[in-house]
Design a protein around this ligand. Structure first.
Ligand code: HEM
Length: 558
């Protein structure tokens, strides 16, 4: 065929396609949102340099549950907290909204190519092997481990407080809780060497020392703040442009660059890998000896052994799952309990009422001859449950989850939006490639769902019917989005709920928490996970200084 004709054909096709795109391209320009602060970084500085979810709450109040904001170089992005849109993105069409490549790279660096990295059918396979370890029965079986870890920490506190002149001590409670929850995961593995004991010079655990496990504990210490805390303008710029870089090049860059934050993350990943290798080897040997155990990692290794060849995880994937559990399983829970204690310190009446219920139940537990609370006891403690739910709602430590539209799509909305043009938008067309930030924190503060005082810490909402626990059913727990929902919801949520209950009942039962002179300066640092730091002392890392004293017993309680 004549080459001129072929070229003319291509040109004609290109013109037709151009016209087609011109008239069919979906634009987000009409969706309300803040003015861009700069062409180069759009609204990203406000988003990443403010406190965790600060921009979210401001934008939600101004524009509602769907907000268009500018990413780098004038691109439109969405921040969403609308329940119907979230349901669609995470549950109905979960795999159509994958994680952006630049997020997957971060995940890969810390956790390897495991469940948090995988997408689509591959993700289903990972999740299928992991789920058996995280069922209701399996999670309940960990209660006594959590109680032991909480008790060990409390014993240390009691000793330190008893030896203090003032009868109270300002503890950096976040660091203590981070160690204790890492120990809870470590002990939960029944791994002979896994302990953070000497790494932090705190005798929480009775297990033997293990060099690589201690290196991991050191490596995880303050990691989120070191890597993601207080990003400079340059770092915000890099975050913004990373979405233009193809996955393979990003992967190469993150393997090679000498940027201290990336190196920090890479090193933590390496250390975790060596612990994971050791764990898998140990668990596999135990199982082959017929010496099985009910801990999460044994369940995982066993489930993988029993899985048919096509679905089986590779050795590398198995290591990655273990790294994920070690990482995802302690920082989130420790920070949730820490933020909860801060709210209780600020509101002594709520704290006292909670303690009263803990003591009453404890008395009943002792009267029937038991030592510790059971799950049934927790279920029968309405105020404690209300406080825990309020902590999970108000202190949403994973405040953002990021996704992108893999094709042109249309998002359903719970409430229509009034566009900038004045048009009413009842469902929102989104173009392929749109970056979406699901604001879990803003969803958890939606006044329609949680009441007019949604920005206040008030457990009462769970008792008087204000909290709409059953109106929508996106979140896996009490309609909250704290653990996400849908195909990628947190698989450790039951584990976390029981752990939080165990820690709250133990430490609020034994201690009184009060604010310290630095409490006013505590900042909700946005490091992917919301961590506490003290304004003016950010370089000291994670800090939540609370004054702790022994809770005065009247003698009538037990
Ligand atoms: C208060 C504590 C916790 C909170 C707030 C929390 C929150 C979350 C959230 C929001 C996600 C979704 C992230 C995304 O898709 O981008 C997630 C996923 C995950 N979480 Fe948790 N989590 C907590 C505790 C735990 C624990 C204790 C474990 C394990 C022992 C765990 C293991 C996981 C895993 C493996 C995933 C990935 C699930 C998937 O991609 O299919 N989490 N978590």
């Amino acid at each position: 065929m004549n080459p001129v004709l072929i070229a003319a054909g291509f040109v004609a096709l290109a013109i037709v396609y151009g016209v087609y795109r011109r008239y069919t391209h979906i634009s987000l320009a009409d969706v309300p949102g803040p003015e861009s602060a700069s062409f180069i970084t759009g609204n990203l500085k406000e988003l990443y340099q403010g406190q965790a979810a600060e921009a979210d709450f401001k934008w939600q109040a101004q524009y509602g549950n769907v907000v268009r904001f500018k990413g780098s170089f004038g691109t439109d992005q969405l921040m969403i907290s609308d329940p119907a849109a979230l349901q669609y993105i995470f549950a109905n069409k979960g795999y159509r909204f994958p994680k952006p490549p630049e997020r997957r790279i971060l995940t890969k660096m810390v956790n390897g190519k495991g469940i948090t990295w995988a997408e689509g059918d591959d993700h289903k396979r990972h999740r299928g092997v992991m789920l058996p370890g995280f069922g209701a029965a399996e999670s309940r079986a960990f209660l006594s481990i959590f109680q032991n870890c909480a008790e060990s920490m409390s014993n240390e506190w009691t000793e330190i407080i008893s030896n203090s002149k003032e009868g109270s001590v300002v503890f950096n409670v976040s660091v203590w809780l981070s160690r204790a929850t890492l120990d809870a995961i470590g002990e939960g593995t029944y791994y002979s060497g896994y302990t953070s004991t000497s790494a932090f010079d705190v005798r929480f655990s009775t297990t033997d020392n293990n060099e690589s496990a201690q290196a991991l504990a050191r490596s995880y210490n303050n990691i989120m703040n070191d890597v993601f805390g207080s990003p400079s303008d340059g770092q915000v710029f890099s975050l913004g442009i990373s979405k233009y870089i193809p996955y393979r090049i990003l992967e190469y860059l993150t393997d090679m660059v000498k940027n201290p934050r990336i190196v920090r993350m890479r090193e933590a990943g390496k250390t975790a890998k060596s612990v994971a290798r050791q764990l898998v080897k140990e668990k596999a040997e135990m199982l082959l000896r017929g010496d099985g155990s009910r801990d999460i990692f044994s369940l995982l290794v066993k489930a993988n052994m029993d899985t048919d060849a096509k679905a089986k995880l590779t050795e590398e994937e198995l290591h990655a799952q273990i790294r994920t559990i070690l990482f995802a399983g302690h920082e989130t829970t420790a920070n949730t309990v820490s933020w909860g204690l801060l709210e209780l310190a600020k509101q002594p009446k709520i704290q006292s009422r909670l303690r009263e219920e803990i003591w009453e139940t404890e008395a009943a537990v002792h009267a029937r001859g038991d030592v510790g609370f059971t799950i049934a006891d927790f279920d029968a403690m309405p105020y404690t449950t209300a406080v825990m739910k309020e902590v999970l709602r108000f202190c949403c430590v994973v405040y953002h989850v990021q996704r992108y539209a893999s094709k042109d799509d249309v998002l359903p909305l719970s409430q229509p939006i009034t566009a900038r043009s004045g048009n009413i938008i009842r469902e929102l067309p989104v173009p392929k490639g749109t970056r979406i930030i699901a604001s879990l924190a803003a969803y958890n503060r939606d006044k329609e769902l949680w009441g007019e005082d949604a920005h206040e810490f008030n457990p009462e909402r769970w008792l008087n019917g204000t909290a709409k626990e059953k109106v929508t059913s996106i979140g896996v727990y009490s309609n909250l989005m704290t653990f996400l929902g849908g195909v990628r919801s947190c698989i450790g949520w039951r584990f976390a709920v029981i752990e939080i209950q165990a820690f709250l009942t133990e430490i609020v039962g034994r201690f009184e928490f009060a604010t310290s002179d630095k409490t006013e300066l505590v900042r909700r640092e946005a490091c992917l996970v919301m961590v506490p730091v003290v304004e003016g002392e950010v370089e000291n890392g994670v800090q939540l200084p609370l004054r702790v004293s022994l809770a005065p017993r009247t003698g009538k309680e037990c």
